[in-house]
Design a protein around this ligand. Structure first.
Ligand SMILES: N[C@@H](CCC(=O)N[C@@H](CS)C(=O)NCC(=O)O)C(=O)O
Length: 216
């Protein structure tokens, strides 16, 4: 049975991470669109799959999994021999991978999410936007990106010299901010290494194709 991917009609965020892993690996899937505004993730049927009532969720022949990063790891391991190897092998390479994954989820994602909530989610629900929160968070993000500039001076990608799943994790929020709020934090002249890394990431054929399909 073809893998089912439950995603929002906006196609961004965690759904974009999972779609990118599937695209890089060339795995066929059926997208099932869920309307968040109509609370379709809060129905008893959906909550039986995802107790927190969110997307993305996959149904892999009856195996249900949620949380985009966990889904990415599962698919990367299941299809290790297809497409690029998105997970490292070897004790130290795995440790560096986990270090980079942790940096993304604890240092970057919360800050990105804060800006996404203010700049995109609140206006969509007609709520007042606190521009001070956006400005403060962008300053904090810039400081984190300065650290990334130093890291990416020594290595090509987030977890080393090979493209990996951690690079894909960064596609969760930054493209949404650039395309829908016009806030581009990743390509700045003062951070040439981050800019080089980001342009390489969003220039990957799999991502270009997904963007044409509406993911960002
Ligand atoms: N940590 C989760 C975040 C999932 C998430 O926040 N999904 C959003 C859409 S991108 C959602 O379903 N929001 C509806 C809600 O929380 O009620 C993941 O990576 O899968």
């Amino acid at each position: 049975m073809v893998l089912k991917l439950y995603v929002s009609q906006h196609l961004g965020g965690g759904g974009a991470i999972v779609a990118m892993v599937l695209a890089e690996k060339g795995i066929p899937y059926e997208p099932i669109f869920v309307d968040l505004d109509k609370k379709e993730t809060k129905t008893p049927e959906f909550l039986a799959m995802h107790p927190f009532g969110q997307v993305p969720v996959i149904d892999d022949d009856g195996f249900i999994l949620y949380e985009s990063r966990a889904i990415g790891r599962y698919l990367a391991e299941k299809y290790a021999d297809r497409g690029p190897a998105l997970l490292p092998t070897g004790l130290q390479a795995k440790a560096i991978f986990e270090q980079a994954a942790s940096v993304e989820s604890s240092n970057f994602a919360p800050a990105f999410l804060k800006v996404v909530r203010e700049a995109l989610v609140k206006p969509r629900h007609g709520l007042p936007v606190d521009h001070a929160v956006i400005d403060e968070t962008l300053v904090a993000l810039a400081e984190k990106l300065d650290a990334y500039e130093a890291i990416l001076d020594k290595q090509k990608f987030a977890a080393g010299n090979e493209f990996s799943l951690v690079d894909i994790f960064y596609l969760m929020y930054a493209p949404l901010l650039a395309s829908r709020a016009g806030i581009d934090v990743m390509t700045k002249a003062e951070r040439p290494n981050v800019t080089r890394w980001w342009n390489e990431l969003i220039g990957r054929p799999a991502w270009v194709k997904l963007q044409a399909e509406g993911y960002n």
